[in-house]
Design a binder for this molecule. Structure first.
Ligand code: MN
Ligand code: MN
Length: 283
C-alpha cells in the first residue's frame, strides 16, 4: 500500500492524454451543513487507505500516470471570481490535452467546468448522478448555486444533452421539467444499454454528486437523502462510462465534517481512483 496514493503517485504538471486532478473547495452556497470545502484534501489524505490496484477494472494507478494540480483558489467574498477561476483552470487543463477530474466542493463547481468543456466539445453529453434534481430556476433569490446548477447547465447544453440518474428529491415543478424533457433515466440492470444508446459516440462529462449514494453507506454529505444507490450501482455506472468517450468528471458534495467513521471519504477516494483509471484509459 502506498501512503497518500493520490499525492505520491501524481505528477504536478498536466500530462497530455492523461487525467488531472483539480481541487475545487467551494462551499459558499451550501444551505444545510457546511464543510465540503474540506473534501479535496480529505480525499487526497484518505487515498492512503485504498490500494492502487482496481480489481474491478483490472488496472493499477501506479501504471497510469496522472497529475494533481492542487486546488483552485476560492475567493470567499466573490462567487463570480471563483467560478471564473474554475472555468479558466478547466480550460487550461484541456489546452494541455489532459482530462479534468474535479474534486468539489459543492455542486455549483460543475457550471463553470461545463462552460469550459462546452467550448471545446459542442456536442457534450452531461451525465448527472445525484439524489437531487438541482433544477430550480432560482434558490433563495440566487440563480447560481448547488440547487440550480443543472438548470443552468441545461441552458448551456440543452435538455436533450442532459441525462439524470438516481434522482429522488426535488420540487413538483422540477420533476415535471425532468419528465417534460425526458432527462431522467431509471437506474437498473437494463438502464446501461439505454444510457449507452443515448450517449452514442459523443463526448461525456460525468457530474457525480456523492449524495446519490444511500446515507446508510454514504452519510458524509450535506443533504443526505434516503432510498439511494449502493456501491454496486456506482460500479455499474463506471463500467458503462468505461465504454464511452468520457472527457472529464467531477465528484462533489463530500462533507468530511459529518463523516466521523471516514467511510464516506474513503468511498469518495475509491470512486476518484476508478475515474482516474477510466480517464487514463482513453484510446
Ligand atoms: Mn445532491
Ligand atoms: Mn447536486
Amino acid at each position: 500500500m502506498t501512503r497518500h496514493l493520490f499525492l505520491e503517485a501524481a505528477g504536478v504538471k498536466a500530462i497530455p492524454g492523461r487525467p488531472a486532478l483539480l481541487g475545487m473547495p467551494l462551499d459558499v452556497t451550501s444551505t444545510y451543513r457546511r464543510g465540503s470545502a474540506d473534501a479535496p484534501s480529505a480525499i487526497r489524505v484518505s487515498s492512503d487507505s485504498i490500494e492502487s490496484y482496481s480489481p474491478f477494472l483490472d488496472r493499477d494507478l501506479l501504471d497510469a500516470p496522472f497529475a494533481d494540480l492542487g486546488d483552485v483558489f476560492v475567493e470567499s467574498s466573490s462567487l463570480e471570481e471563483t467560478l471564473a477561476a474554475i472555468r479558466e483552470m478547466t480550460a487550461l487543463v484541456m489546452t494541455a490535452s489532459a482530462f479534468p477530474l474535479c474534486l468539489g466542493g459543492e455542486h455549483t463547481i460543475a457550471l463553470p467546468v461545463v462552460e469550459a468543456l462546452n467550448e471545446v466539445h459542442p456536442d457534450l453529453i452531461v451525465v448527472h448522478a445525484d439524489a437531487h434534481t438541482d433544477l430550480r430556476e432560482h434558490y433563495e433569490g440566487n440563480p447560481i448555486n448547488h440547487a440550480t446548477v443543472m438548470r443552468r447547465i441545461a441552458e448551456i447544453v440543452g435538455p436533450d444533452r442532459l441525462i439524470q440518474l438516481g434522482i429522488r428529491s426535488g420540487t413538483k415543478e422540477e420533476f415535471a421539467w425532468m419528465r417534460r424533457h425526458a432527462t431522467i433515466l431509471q437506474w437498473g440492470p437494463a438502464a446501461e444499454r439505454d444510457l449507452l444508446r443515448r450517449i452514442g459516440d459523443r463526448p461525456v462529462y460525468l457530474s457525480f454528486d456523492l449524495d446519490v449514494l444511500d446515507p446508510v453507506c454514504f452519510p458524509g454529505t450535506g443533504n443526505p437523502e434516503p432510498g439511494g444507490w449502493f456501491y454496486a450501482d456506482v460500479e455499474r455506472l463506471l463500467f458503462a462510462l468505461d465504454r464511452v468517450h468520457l472527457v472529464a468528471a467531477d465528484v462533489v458534495e463530500l462533507n468530511p465534517r459529518v463523516d466521523p467513521s471516514e467511510v464516506s471519504t474513503i468511498t469518495a477516494a475509491r470512486i476518484v481512483r476508478e475515474l482516474l483509471l477510466i480517464l487514463g484509459n482513453r484510446p
